[in-house]
Ligand binder design. Sequence first.
Ligand SMILES: *[C@@H]1O[C@H](CO)[C@@H](O)[C@H](O)[C@H]1NC(C)=O
Ligand SMILES: *[C@@H]1O[C@H](CO)[C@@H](O)[C@H](O)[C@H]1NC(C)=O
Ligand SMILES: *[C@@H]1O[C@H](CO)[C@@H](O)[C@H](O)[C@H]1NC(C)=O
Ligand SMILES: *[C@@H]1O[C@H](CO)[C@@H](O)[C@H](O)[C@H]1NC(C)=O
Length: 304
Amino acid sequence: MDARRVSSCSSASMILLFLVATLAAYSHSSEAAVTKGSFEDNFSIMWSENHFTTSTDGQIWNLALDNDTGCGFQTKQRYRFGWFSMKLKLVAGDSAGVVTAYYMCSENGAGPERDELDFEFLGNRTGEPYLIQTNVYKNGNGSREMRHVLWFDPTEDYHTYSVLWNNHQIVFFVDKVPIRVFKNNGKPNNFFPNEKPMFLFSSIWNADDWATRGGLEKTNWKLAPFVSSYKDFSVDACQWEDPFPACVSTTTKYWWDQYNAWHLSDDQKTDYAWVQRNLVIYDYCKDTERFTTMPEECSLSPWA
Ligand SMILES: *[C@@H]1O[C@H](CO)[C@@H](O)[C@H](O)[C@H]1NC(C)=O
Ligand SMILES: *[C@@H]1O[C@H](CO)[C@@H](O)[C@H](O)[C@H]1NC(C)=O
Ligand SMILES: *[C@@H]1O[C@H](CO)[C@@H](O)[C@H](O)[C@H]1NC(C)=O
Ligand SMILES: *[C@@H]1O[C@H](CO)[C@@H](O)[C@H](O)[C@H]1NC(C)=O
């Protein structure tokens, strides 16, 4: 814990820091990390440090995009399997062209062999709905997009966006509601990322060449900077250590790796069915123009 941060702390955040330190010390004694530290304990800035601001207690990070650049941060650790979540509040007003992202990736760059799990929030003109795009990459191949509208305005408040990842399924959650289920088939395959540990990333950038109405709506730079805010990162996962950590091959110890996390619960199925009926804008598995033969994973039932 560095002196600069401690000296600027209020007493309330001193208590928080104490709790964080206690939690961090505790998690050292177990194999899997369950920590809610300050951003600086667990993240490093990937690019454009001068486009970040933090709340005085260090718990909220604001990422800004202007016509010069966006910015991004990533976890210091990699993880393989677990539960990952973050609260985000997105750019309000006219955010057309702006993409806010929260994703996991096995590499620091866009390497040709990367595995990746994406949440991307595609901005829109004032009053028009944000879209949330999810994608799954294995060995550099994505092209598994889904798009949803949300049932709330993601710019008004913080909402929780989470990923459950084990060897049986990947589930994307919005406030505990499963919006997407991506199943494994239990065989060697070329669609389910399950071998490479991943970092977590968050970033904001300009994508007005494709993001809003397919690129028709351009970013209005007069309104810059565009700011999205992140807080409450929490991870309950297997933290990677080379050559491999002890937590990597257990199905008895961690809830996210056990039988109940291999499929949706009955309540989750009800929520998921509602999302499927009402909020799906695009599903690559239904895109018969794009795929003359449907990808193998599209035949796997999310209800199993
Ligand atoms: C966050 O950082 C602390 C301090 O370095 C570390 O003990 C903890 O395992 C990290 N938490 C996660 C979720 O990686
Ligand atoms: C970028 O924004 C700055 C400040 O608003 C402005 O002075 C400049 O002309 C802009 N540059 C471009 C390329 O739009
Ligand atoms: C933006 O709003 C338009 C009009 O309501 C809608 O068609 C589109 O799907 C929305 N989202 C994006 C990201 O284009
Ligand atoms: C990439 O993934 C898509 C979707 O699963 C699949 O249709 C396509 O064949 C894959 N491409 C390659 C080169 O493996």
